[in-house]
Design a protein around this ligand. Sequence first.
Ligand code: ATP
Ligand code: MG
Length: 583
Amino acid sequence: MIKKLSSYIKEYKKASILTPFFVILEVIMEVIIPLLMSKIIDIGIPNSDIHYILKIGILLTVSAIMSLAFGVLSGRFAAKASSGFAKNLRKAMFYKIQDYSFENIDKFSTSSLITRLTTDVTNVQMAFMMIIRILVRGPVMLIASLIMAFSINAKLSCVFLVSIPVLGIALFYIAIKAHPNFEKVFKKYDNLNRVVQENVGGIRVVKAYANEKHEEDKFKKVNNEVYTYFKKAEKIIAFNSPIMQFVVYFSVLTISLLGAKYIVGGTLQTGELSSLISYAWQILMSLMMLSMVFVMVVMAQSSAERIIEVLDEVPAIKNKKNAIKEIKDGSISFENVSFAYSDEKDPNKYALKDINLEIKSGETIGIIGGTGSSKSSLVQLIPRLYDVSIGTVKVGGINVKDYDLKSLRDNVSMVLQKNVLFSGTIAENLRWGNENADDEELEEVCKLAQADSFIQEFPEKYDTYIEQGGTNVSGGQRQRLCIARALLKKPKILILDDSTSAVDTKTDSYIRKAFREKIPNTTKIIIAQRVSSVEDADRIVVLDEGKISGIGTSEELLKTNEIYRDVYNTQMKGGDNNENKAE
Ligand SMILES: Nc1ncnc2c1ncn2[C@@H]1O[C@H](COP(=O)(O)OP(=O)(O)OP(=O)(O)O)[C@@H](O)[C@H]1O
Ligand SMILES: [Mg+2]
């Protein structure tokens, strides 16, 4: 684990090495100071040797200044090293997540990924900083102070042989006890983030349902859980301080008592006693620091594991070697395709079963079927958002797995059912489809998607700012912008997954007419709940529980397919009352 993580230190290696180097220098200076003090008290003052006092005094000042300077330097390098390390970790995780397929994302929840990228990285960053600073400082200080103490008076220093093990064992026992509680805290953090994320993301739904109370209760519960485990862990940690103080005062008292006896007996000098007491403090402080680091490291261990999980996740969909970049045409074929989400073994529960379907380049295909009939699942296999479980999907006569992923997805443009716009101007959002597109091209695709007219009505037109999640445009407008964005890729295959559900029927028919006239060679797959959206397609595929129940033109299906006939009759006879008016 350490090896794996340390590979992300990269360009901050120098800072990571310089930190402990300066820490060691700082400690040496700190250890020298009490020694110099004792010299002033024991030699300078009794002899009234001003010259000597001045000389040592200057040395003392220089040591103090140098100790300060080294402290500042080590602090600066530690900050640089640890925040740089965290930056690299976040970057590696973020880039890795970009390579995740939908399957990988299904595995981790979004909120857990966010916690891992933020809280967990911060924990590891703090632990790393403590390791390079305090983990070095503690032992160096401990050993140096012990050496100094023993060199002053070995007999008296034996007090440390009792107090150090007692304190050491107590502090490490506390740290070990606290660890499981910290582990639980991080799991609860995932929950907390999930609740907050869901609530903030869906705040409009919450308000619409006047469900704030329910959400508050949900939040209260997870928030309390984090509090409870943190409290438990911190309660145990809280024993650190009193135990340390007890041992320190005990040691200081014992040293003072025995020291007084030695002074009276003439074997110890006052200055020596005062520096011994200083060393006692330094020794016990370093132990305290070590226990703190220990707590932090055990805490960060669970975080580090969670980070490595993200980094080690193997993207379910990868580019092949020598992948094909050229896509001949927009023909699609499904050959004996079955598909299951995640590890579903039971063939009866497969989302798609035995799909065989040939689509010619330039054809317009409508897909219709009840909710959960796997319409989205079917089309997601074409740009390889998921990979088939059994069978083959071909585009342009070649297995989709043989294509370069970027080329495939540039040529198979899909408007997802859960489409999103990003914060930024309309033009910026559209250029997601093709960053090099010029203004004329933007206007052209927006005209095709029937979006240009409403964009022109905005005072700032294509520079209108879209809020996060596209909340400041209507549902139908958002859908049309998403269609325009997909068109900007000039794809060979265009897939609209329920992408005009919020657009009124008239505009919907204009979009289809524009498609027919302006992009006749593009294969178009239109998933819809409304019969009117697919009625004029070359062929319609009726899906039922993951299987194809019928393929044909609207007229053919009316004669042969009961499901289609039912949907047709309920929607058409009822007139237009199924329509959603978006604007
Ligand atoms: N990411 C996923 N992980 C696991 N199961 C999923 C996932 N997405 C969809 N499913 C399941 O697969 C089945 C088909 O879902 P799909 O989204 O393809 O249906 P759909 O026909 O598009 O429905 P709708 O008309 O509501 O959009 C459903 O039973 C659904 O629960
Ligand atoms: Mg769907």
